[in-house]
Write a protein that binds this ligand. Structure first.
Ligand SMILES: [Fe+2]
Length: 305
């Protein structure tokens, strides 16, 4: 097995490892370390089954079952194991076989709108449109975004929390049964610290969840909107991003506790199918004395050091 850091703010490519075969305890430890060091791992050319995806996922934590298909709009029941989410624009008899369609999926971290957020998520590219059709996924390093904040904003972030609205999904659509939000200060959702301490790396990252109808606790709505816009503009700068252009049988996994991601729209003439699995994260917290913690080493300047 070979682990090669990508020349971006996050990510490493893992080669000479077949995810379809059992992974030794030694390699599993190296993968876990690489995941904590690089935040995202890319495994090209993995012609694997769902059970392999689940087996690999369990290296990174406790499996987290996605909501049942009938709770997730009109997605049809798939033959995949319950741990697997189908991400696709394909329809059979007019009914989608998976989630997220072909539109843009906005910046977010998985399950940030829950009390216990998502940890690692893994995606396996099964049917991938040609490159020019679009649909790449961007990932941004939130350790680096926090470390780079101007001092006044860093201090502010360390002392504020965000209410993570649950009304809208990452396609900006209203979730089933939710009420449209006209005033985010009155929205519903868990409150998480704006800066969260990673329970394994012990480093701080900016934890913004998604933009949507989120709200900074204790601020006027106008102030909250203004500061959230500024934080998002900062956090999504090119220097923090790795953009992944998918190829068939790519497997990509990342850490939602310190990475945000988004997907570009793609040409609806093309079918796209990925299978996903995820492990549980934790309830976000900020450690005491977080302000003096060392930054994570995989920052925007990783390749300049
Ligand atoms: Fe996601």
């Amino acid at each position: 097995m070979k682990i090669t850091p990508l020349a971006f703010c996050l990510g490493a490519e893992v080669s000479d490892l077949n995810l379809g075969e059992p992974i030794s305890a030694h390699d599993a430890l190296l993968l876990k370390k690489a995941y904590l060091d690089h935040l995202l791992l890319l495994f090209p050319n993995q012609d694997i089954a769902d059970q392999d995806l689940i087996r690999v996922s369990s290296i990174f934590g406790e499996m987290m079952l996605p909501p049942a298909a009938h709770e997730r709009s009109s997605v049809q029941k798939s033959d995949a194991p319950p741990e697997i989410t189908v991400v696709s624009n394909v329809k059979v008899n007019g009914v989608p076989i998976g989630e997220l369609g072909d539109g843009e999926v906005i910046w977010h971290s998985d399950y940030s709108f829950k009390e216990v957020i998502g940890g690692m998520r893994i995606l396996h590219g099964i049917l991938i449109p040609p490159l020019e059709a679009g649909g790449s996924t961007e990932f941004a390093n939130m350790y680096a975004a926090f470390d780079d904040l101007p001092p006044d904003l860093k201090k502010y972030a360390l002392n504020h929390s965000i209410k993570h609205d649950i009304a809208y999904d990452t396609n900006r659509a209203l979730r089933m049964g939710a009420t449209p939000v006209t005033d985010p200060s009155k929205g519903v959702g868990p409150i998480h610290p704006m800066v969260s301490t990673h329970p394994e790396s012990n480093c701080n990252s900016l934890f913004l969840g998604r933009r949507l109808a989120h709200y900074i606790m204790g601020e006027t709505l106008e102030q909250s909107e203004r500061i959230l816009d500024a934080l998002w503009e900062h956090a999504t700068q090119e220097k923090y991003i790795y953009r992944h252009a998918w190829k068939k049988n790519d497997v990509v996994l990342w850490d939602n506790r310190c990475v945000i991601h988004r997907r570009g729209s793609f040409d609806s003439q093309h079918d796209r199918i990925l299978h996903a699995a995820q492990v549980q994260g934790h309830k976000p917290f900020q450690a005491e004395n977080a302000a003096i913690f060392k930054p994570h080493h995989r920052g925007a300047s990783f390749f300049q050091n």
